[in-house]
Ligand binder design. Structure first.
Ligand code: FAD
Length: 476
């Protein structure tokens, strides 16, 4: 029999659970559906979409070598998926459909409709856990609830991982050639015209590229990851996030290679390796949170009481932050990195998110949205988790009184101002001594028109936000 394999955020042929299972069951026809309007509603960035659609071209070639034909069809919204998939299955006399699970609330609803449609038509519809090591809902506390605290979640996950290894699956074998010709709608979307021009210089596509990135990171960087990962001037992290988000590489492949470099261990051994695996578990944690607490998928804070924080919507402040013109060099350099490359270093994501929510007291959802609109690795769970952590509205979030001082963060994590100078050319000539607070130097050298004065006074802003959170506590 023949089956449809519906590709979504799993754009690879190696270690792809649904593809592997479909191929084990019979002949396979692959399908990819475009939903530009829906993606835009989700604020998926032109960078991310362009990157993923380019990867789709690569995937098409790889599937071709396996004799798996690919059907590409453009729609508007998710609710058009079920009917089309069912009629396609019927048209090609398929016995059913296979796909890997996604966890946003709209994705879950879409997939439920698809399951129902196939069920009613008495056709198989099988979906798989593939993005994650463990299915959301299988890691719970003793009361049967989802964990809200990362360390507890991780402890439980590690218990499970010590019993069931999660090994990558092989690439399916070449199948017999199917004698069909499928339509392929154009992948050119106007929406992608706004992507950065050097997208593929920063983020070359391809499964092989992703595997090479992983291998290079494991060979050269992972051992020192713990010491170096917080310094944005050094490329000390894996930069695999766009590949993980698009599913060009799998979580099992990452974990397996890291464990192999650590004698099979994940919780002990080389600290750089355990530290990196710990980050992979944060990714896991936030996706489980998305399923356990769907309000976070609907623009709601995880902590309902923080709904009452009087966040501001000041558009001038927002614009200064977005354009990297706040007068805080580390914040500005970070924001310009985001706009120029579609990616931002993790330490900087925390700094700019904390700055937007605590120094500017702007609504965290404005920051979350702007990130999604630019990130090539934009992921609802991780992005929302990161933003709600910074805003102190989330699960296991930063306690509201622990507020980053952006200047101290800058001194600590970009001590030579190397990163700042890379992205803020106006500060190129500023000596190291002044780089974190350049205004006096600029003034003395009559360069004050070249770079903004700080848009906020950090200590005053700190008091303001502390008092807002305290009022909330008192009212409770
Ligand atoms: P590495 O340090 O090499 O880590 C390896 C992988 O682990 C990453 O590729 C990523 O998949 C995962 N990971 C690492 N840190 C985290 C984390 N804190 N939460 C969840 N997963 C993590 N990550 C995204 O993938 N997409 C996002 O949209 C996103 N938005 C964020 C927004 C904010 C405000 C913050 C604070 C963090 C956000 N992160 C997001 C998490 C993190 O910043 C990125 O995953 C990381 O910077 C990617 O770089 P890397 O691949 O070199 O990471």
């Amino acid at each position: 029999s023949t089956y449809l394999m519906w590709f979504r955020s799993d754009l690879r042929i190696s270690d792809n659970t649904a593809l592997y299972e479909a191929c084990n069951n019979g002949q396979v026809i692959a399908v990819y559906l475009l939903f530009p309007e829906q993606w835009q509603q989700h604020d998926d960035s032109p960078n991310k979409i362009k990157f993923q659609l380019a990867q789709l071209e690569d995937l098409k070639q790889a599937l071709n070598e396996l004799n798996i034909p690919l059907l590409i069809k453009k729609f508007h919204h998710f609710n058009e998926a079920a009917e089309f998939l069912l009629s396609t299955a019927k048209q090609y006399q398929c016995s059913g459909l296979f796909f890997n699970e996604e966890y946003g609330v709209n994705e879950i609803n879409r997939d439920r409709q698809v399951h129902q449609a196939f069920h009613q038509a008495q056709l198989t519809c099988q979906s798989f856990t593939d993005q994650l090591l463990f299915t959301p809902g299988t890691i719970k506390n003793q009361s049967g609830n989802f964990y809200k605290v990362f360390t507890q979640f991780k402890r439980k996950l590690y218990e499970k991982l010590s019993v069931v290894n999660r090994l990558p699956l092989p690439t399916p074998a070449k199948q017999k050639k199917l004698n069909i010709k499928l339509t392929q709608d154009s992948l050119a979307l106007d929406y992608c015209n706004k992507a950065i021009t050097k997208l593929f210089d920063h983020w070359p596509i391809g499964e092989t590229t992703a595997q090479q990135r992983l291998q290079l990171f494991i060979n050269d960087k992972i051992v020192a990851y713990q010491e170096n990962r917080d310094f944005p001037a050094q490329p000390a992290t894996s930069q695999l996030s766009p590949y993980l988000t698009a599913g060009i590489i799998s979580i099992r492949q990452c974990l397996h290679v890291a464990r192999s470099a650590n004698l099979g261990e994940f919780a002990s051994g080389k600290s750089g390796i355990t530290c990196w695996i710990n980050e992979l578990i944060w990714r896991e944690f936030y996706k489980h949170i998305l399923v356990g607490f769907p309000q976070v998928s609907k623009h709601q804070p995880f902590l309902a009481e923080t709904q009452l924080i009087p966040w501001s919507n000041d558009s001038d402040l927002l614009k200064a932050w977005q354009q990297g013109k706040t007068g805080f060099p580390i914040v500005d350099a970070a924001m310009r990195q985001l706009v120029a490359t579609g990616w931002m270093h993790n330490r900087l994501r925390m700094i700019v998110a904390m700055f937007l929510t605590k120094d500017l007291m702007l609504d965290w959802r404005l920051g979350e949205k702007f990130f999604m609109q630019h990130l090539v690795d934009g992921d609802l769970a991780a992005n929302n988790g990161g933003w709600q952590w910074s805003a102190s509205t989330g699960t296991d979030a930063a306690p509201y009184f622990r507020i980053f001082n952006p200047t101290n963060q800058s001194k600590k994590f970009d001590p030579q101002g190397q990163f700042i100078k890379q992205f803020v050319p106006e500060l190129q000539q500023v000596p190291i001594k002044y780089i974190h607070q350049p205004q006096d130097y600029l003034q003395q050298n009559q360069l004050h028109n070249t770079y903004p004065i700080p848009i906020v006074d950090h200590s005053q802003a700190r008091e303001r936000v502390l008092s807002a959170f305290k009022q909330l506590k008192e009212a409770k």
